[in-house]
Design a binder for this molecule. Structure first.
Ligand code: BTN
Length: 274
């Protein structure tokens, strides 16, 4: 069993004094680490406070979806950040989170990771991590952001719900070995702090450049589902607000701020007579 690998005391000792993780709230079971972190932040908990759970009963995904959160195998964590940003630039933080997670997972399974807009981390083309950022604003500044991160670490294929079996994976499934959640989560906070400092001190360009280098969908034809709307076009990149820039078939450049992306397979046009 791998549920012993998340140990509250060891986590607290190893994270003492760190920018992210200096204050740890650990739960063996919780409804949602994002809800807990949101309440803590609203009550004044400082930047860098983290909530970690061994399982969630109401794990929340993007676009009102559920996040499957069984005990003993995965990472469920939420980080409180208080960046000095205008609300319209807050998506920079969730782009940054994708970069930080992808880079740290790459240490465990090199050359198998990439990113899909806005912040899905894919392992061998299947989703291994989801990120849900929620924020509170006041007086046209960000008050706080809750960065919720779910990573499929040691979950087996058999434990996955039917509806995600074709699209999701875990580190253990792809590498054939169990990974220490403790080691991964400590590395994750460290790497998140590194990228957060870069963003706060140097602006978005380094984060954006790294994101682009890990996102093979850029340059490809993609389809974005946003609510009931579907748009497709060539993905050109992302802007300063983390929006996806698309070139439509009508040669219009458009920006999309939220949605689900799929890379479209090019249809093969046979040469006449072949
Ligand atoms: C997605 O749909 O891609 C985002 C999933 C985010 C899941 C994480 S697990 C920890 C945190 N707590 C939640 O309730 N959700 C996020």
């Amino acid at each position: 069993m791998c549920n012993m690998d998340l140990n509250e005391e060891t986590l607290k000792n190893k994270l003492a004094g760190k920018l992210i993780g200096h204050k740890v709230y650990y739960f063996s079971e919780i409804d949602s680490t994002n809800d807990e972190a949101f309440e803590l932040a609203a009550a004044g908990s400082p930047e860098g406070t983290v909530v970690i759970a061994n399982s969630q009963t109401k794990g929340k995904g993007r676009l009102q979806r559920e996040w499957h959160s069984p005990s003993g195998s995965n990472i469920y964590t939420s980080i409180i950040l208080r960046p000095d940003l205008k609300p319209e630039n807050a998506p920079q933080i969730s782009i940054l989170a994708g970069v930080a997670v992808a880079e740290i997972i790459d240490n465990f399974c090199p050359d198998m990771i990439n990113l899909k807009w806005p912040n899905d981390v894919l392992l061998q083309g299947k989703k291994v991590c989801g990120i849900l950022a929620q924020m509170k604003t006041s007086a046209s500044r960000v008050d706080f952001i809750i960065l919720g991160i779910g990573i499929n670490v040691n979950i087996d294929y058999n434990q996955m719900p039917q509806d995600i079996k074709n699209t999701a994976t875990s580190l253990a499934i792809e590498t054939g070995r169990k990974i220490s959640r403790q080691e991964l989560i400590i590395g994750l906070y460290e790497n998140m702090a590194k990228w957060y400092k870069k963003l706060m001190e140097g602006g978005f360009s380094a984060v954006k450049e790294k994101w682009l280098s890990m996102a093979p969908m850029i340059g490809q034809r993609v389809q974005i589902m946003s609510g009931n709307e579907v748009v497709s076009g060539k993905a050109l990149g992302i802007d300063e607000q983390g929006s996806l820039l698309l070139l439509t078939a009508e040669n219009r450049r458009i920006k999309i701020s939220a949605g689900d992306a799929t890379i479209l397979k090019e249809t093969q046009n046979n040469v006449a007579g072949n």
